[in-house]
Ligand binder design. Structure first.
Ligand code: AR6
Length: 173
């Protein structure tokens, strides 16, 4: 059985096969966890993102709910999986399905790449304004449901950066 863990930490410090980035559709970096990951990984990561962006749709290299994978530059992880969460617009614009898709597609990409351990941030709960409790429920349920399609993955870590998310995840595990 794969293990699911919740920790309070900075995701850039983790030695796991893959960390997930809460990116935006440009893949060119930004603030929050995206900014922290690019700052710690260095220019190699941005260069890989630029290459992917150039090979895809020019105005939206990664659509909301989708995910792409790169190396991890100077980070201790081996890979970064970049996924684009939905901006919260009240909950009736497909946000729950799009957020679930981020977790699901990230795990399927992990499986394709032989990744055994993966760490997720609390996607969309920062700048994108997704209510934290609703987001935590989707994260935990989607990961639980998708793991049987990703048998290679034996460890999933939910990395919280604030105490509110940390206690929400603890209560859902
Ligand atoms: N480690 C773990 N979690 C973190 C870290 C970190 N170092 N830093 C922040 N968080 P956000 P979003 C948490 O805003 O809401 C970017 O500009 C943070 O506390 O990073 O998906 C992108 O480029 C929050 O719980 O991502 C996009 O434009 C969670 O990570 C946009 O923000 C997500 O917050 C994406 O918005």
């Amino acid at each position: 059985m794969p293990t699911l863990e919740t920790i309070l930490s900075d995701i850039t410090t983790l030695t796991v096969d893959a960390i997930v980035n809460a990116a935006n559709s440009s893949l060119m970096g930004g603030g929050g966890v995206d900014g922290a990951i690019h700052a710690a990984a260095g220019s190699e990561l941005l260069n890989e993102c630029i290459k992917i962006a150039h090979s895809r749709r020019p105005n939206e290299p990664c659509s909301t709910g989708d995910a792409v994978i790169t190396g991890a530059g100077k980070l201790p992880a081996k890979y970064v999986i970049h996924t684009v969460g939905p901006v919260w617009r009240g909950g009736t614009k497909g946000e729950p399905e799009l957020l679930a898709s981020c977790y699901r597609k990230s795990l399927l990409l992990a499986q394709e790449n032989g990744i055994e351990s993966i760490a997720f941030p609390n996607i969309s709960t920062g700048v994108y304004g997704y209510p934290k409790e609703k987001a935590a429920e989707i994260a935990v349920n989607t990961v639980r449901h998708t793991l049987n399609e990703a048998p290679c993955v034996n460890k999933v870590i939910f990395v919280c950066f604030d105490h509110e998310n940390f206690s929400l995840y603890k209560s859902k595990m």
